[in-house]
Design a protein around this ligand. Structure first.
Ligand code: IMP
Ligand code: MG
Length: 181
């Protein structure tokens, strides 16, 4: 598997530190508040699992699924809800949990959509942020790490559905798009 990815960009111990820092910060900011973490499937499932275990306040979780990319590495700009929340978020404090903010289109759309359901507040927490590729202006309240303009895989992030299981974040290798599977 390792031959499909180039360099490790963020090793697992740095990711663990990042989750701990975010957990402490969110636990402080939302002390005494009822929060629901909304994980954006599929990419956020690994980060969500680490983040919740670093929270010291009671928390509910839910998931929403959107399709943003096809099988390529570029966004289509089209964001479609393929699985909606199970929870009523009226008067609840919401934190949208994303794997990565790239163009910003997905998160901008989601924030707008969820804000129509009268939550008490909405914040965004992303593991990774690629500010160089932003196409729309958005506020992201919690950022794990800013990364350069590279396509990354691992820690929930995929290329063509694969490599989500890699524990470190790596840059996609040149031979990952074809050849031997
Ligand atoms: P945005 O709408 O362009 O901000 O795209 C956000 C979504 O695109 C993320 O939730 C990821 O699923 C996907 N994405 C963006 N950059 C990468 C990357 O470097 N690796 C894997 N997926 C990515
Ligand atoms: Mg995603």
């Amino acid at each position: 598997m390792a031959k499909y990815v180039k360099d490790v960009l963020i090793p697992r111990d740095k990711i663990a530190e990042m989750c701990q820092r975010l957990g402490v910060q969110i636990s402080q900011d939302y002390a005494d508040k009822e929060i629901i973490l909304v994980g954006v499937l599929k990419g956020a499932f690994v980060f969500m699992a680490d983040l919740v275990r670093n929270l010291t306040i009671p928390v509910r979780i839910d998931f929403i699924a959107v399709s943003s990319y096809g099988s390529g590495t570029r966004t289509s700009g089209v964001v479609k809800i393929t699985k909606d929340l199970d929870t009523d978020i009226t008067n609840k404090h919401i934190i949208i949990v994303e794997d990565i903010v790239d163009s910003g289109l997905t998160i901008k759309h989601l924030r707008k959509l969820l804000s129509t359901r009268s939550p008490a507040s909405i914040a965004i927490c992303t593991a990774f942020d690629k500010p160089a590729r932003r196409q729309v202006e958005i506020d992201v309240e919690y950022v794990g790490m800013q990364i350069p303009d590279e396509f990354i895989v691992g820690y929930g992030l995929d290329f063509d559905g694969k490599y989500r299981n890699l524990p470190d974040v790596s840059i996609l290798g040149d031979d990952s798009q074809g050849g031997e599977k």
